[in-house]
Design a protein around this ligand. Structure first.
Ligand SMILES: [Zn+2]
Length: 215
């Protein structure tokens, strides 16, 4: 069953914040309660590894388990409530022109690049390193222990009837986006995935744009 694609009612000209996140780069920003946050896949087929923290207490953060259980589905799309480890609603997805976002695939790292691909891939740029670099620049004492199971926006990881995970070619295209309204003050942490070894970025990482609207 393919999900229903829901377009936004917001105009890009009304956005109060716009920034292009280059291929392979991280991004971190606070989004206030009521604000609308959009991630736009500029060139298509780009995985955007994302974590959310409560701005008030960063020990409260996005939790895949609570999100999946409460909606009874492993994929994210319009209507999904992104829940915290305390099961509080953090953001609600209100528009989605891609239709499927992954909750299970996790982030690439030097270690996974070595195990999955080859020893000489160890020193390639990875999402885990991008997350750690952004947390270090944020300079609030966050680090490794703040990295939990992340969302992969625009990434296609279908689960087989036997429960197997498969990393498939993306279903996103240039101009597709996902948009969510913050239900608490949140900090968003993104790694615009630099992975070159699997089809999550079509073997070619590309930029995305992040936009914010006032409530
Ligand atoms: Zn990655």
């Amino acid at each position: 069953m393919s999900p229903e694609l829901i377009e936004s009612t917001l105009s890009v000209n009304d956005a109060c914040f716009r920034e292009v996140v280059a291929a392979g780069e991280p991004f971190m920003k606070e989004i206030k309660k009521g604000q609308v946050f959009r991630i736009l896949d500029l060139e298509g087929n780009q995985a955007v590894d994302t974590l959310f923290y409560s701005a008030r207490d960063t020990q409260e953060r996005y939790d895949a388990n609570n999100t999946i259980r409460e909606q009874g589905n492993i994929y994210l799309t319009t209507g999904t409530i992104l829940r915290s480890n305390e099961s509080n609603p953090m953001l609600t997805i209100i528009a989605d022109t891609c239709g499927r976002h992954d909750t299970l695939g996790g982030a690439c790292s030097a270690e996974s690049n070595t195990v999955r691909y080859a020893l000489e891939k160890r020193h390639m740029h990875s999402c885990r390193d991008s997350f750690l670099m952004a947390l270090s620049e944020w300079d609030k004492g966050m680090g490794k222990r703040d990295l939990s199971s992340n969302i992969n926006f625009f990434m296609n990881v279908p689960v087989t009837p036997e429960g197997g995970l498969t990393f498939e070619d993306g279903i996103s295209e240039a101009g597709r986006y996902v948009e969510m309204r913050a239900q608490m003050d949140v900090i968003v942490l993104i790694s615009n995935c630099p992975q070159l070894n699997n089809p999550c970025n079509a073997y070619n990482p590309t930029p995305v744009e992040v936009l914010v609207w006032e409530s």
